[in-house]
Design a binder for this molecule. Structure first.
Ligand code: DX5
Ligand code: ZN
Length: 235
């Protein structure tokens, strides 16, 4: 087993969530965020069953794929991820993140996504303990801790989830796993510092990137915050 990855050498990634962008000018939002320093894009797929909202499907992922070379992190807030992972892989998703609370068998989803040749992540809602993901961490390429209840952008960060971020960090480090540890929901500069200090490495940010001001300035502020948080991380 390899030694734990020291905090300073971890790559910190900013992933704007396109749910907060203007859908009427999505190509422009993608271009601006990429030029402004985004490391990946986060795409929130909602089916109206797993969550009380409906967003978009593979066709939109494919449209984004055609406009950027950055990795696409596809967050499947859907009841039956197993049925759809192939469609999202074909659409150009680089990591397919399913919810352990959904109806599909997690191990089957992991096997299927790996067979498709892309990365697989598992996500937990704020009310789901880390123990639900713990048994499968070794087979995951991404662990996503939600810091709001899935369904809508622009909600307030729930600080209680930071203890799960710390638990996930410890587990990934013990395994020597390079898997991104994602935090999703209510990430603004102030909460980004906390999340980074707790060990998150992948920061989904929706409203804080697209809702006001300049995309590049917003990304710069978030970048400074996550760097500051990582410096504060005590290990
Ligand atoms: C919520 C989504 C999030 C959300 C993030 O269900 O999974 O990715 O769009 O948006 P902000 O950063 O505005 O909370
Ligand atoms: Zn998301």
């Amino acid at each position: 087993m390899s030694a734990p990855v020291p905090g300073k050498t971890r790559r910190l990634l900013l992933a704007p969530s396109l749910l907060s962008a203007d859908f009427g000018a999505l190509g422009e939002a993608v271009r601006e965020a990429e030029a402004g320093g985004a490391d990946a894009f986060h795409l929130d797929v909602m089916d109206g069953h797993f969550v009380p909202n409906i967003t978009f499907g593979p066709a939109l992922v494919a449209a984004v794929r055609a406009r950027t070379r950055l990795p696409l992190d596809v967050h499947l807030m859907i009841e039956e991820p197993l049925k759809y992972v192939e469609a999202f892989q074909k659409a150009g998703g680089d990591s397919l993140v399913f919810h352990v609370e959904a109806r599909s068998d997690p191990e089957e989803v992991i096997r299927t996504v790996h067979r498709l040749g892309v990365q697989v992540g598992a996500a937990i809602r704020p009310d789901t303990p880390f123990s639900r993901i713990d048994p499968m961490v070794e087979r995951l390429d991404e662990v996503l801790v939600m810091s709001v209840y899935p369904g809508f952008s622009g909600q307030k960060f729930i600080p209680d989830v930071l203890s799960k971020v710390r638990a996930a960090r410890e587990r990934l480090d013990a395994l020597g796993s390079p898997a991104p540890l994602s935090i999703d929901g209510g990430i603004v500069p102030e909460t980004a510092v906390e999340a980074a200090a707790a060990g998150a490495t992948f920061f989904v940010c929706g409203n804080s990137v697209f809702q006001s001001g300049e995309v590049a300035d917003n990304l710069r502020r978030l970048r400074a915050s996550v760097n500051e948080g990582a410096r504060r991380a005590v290990r």
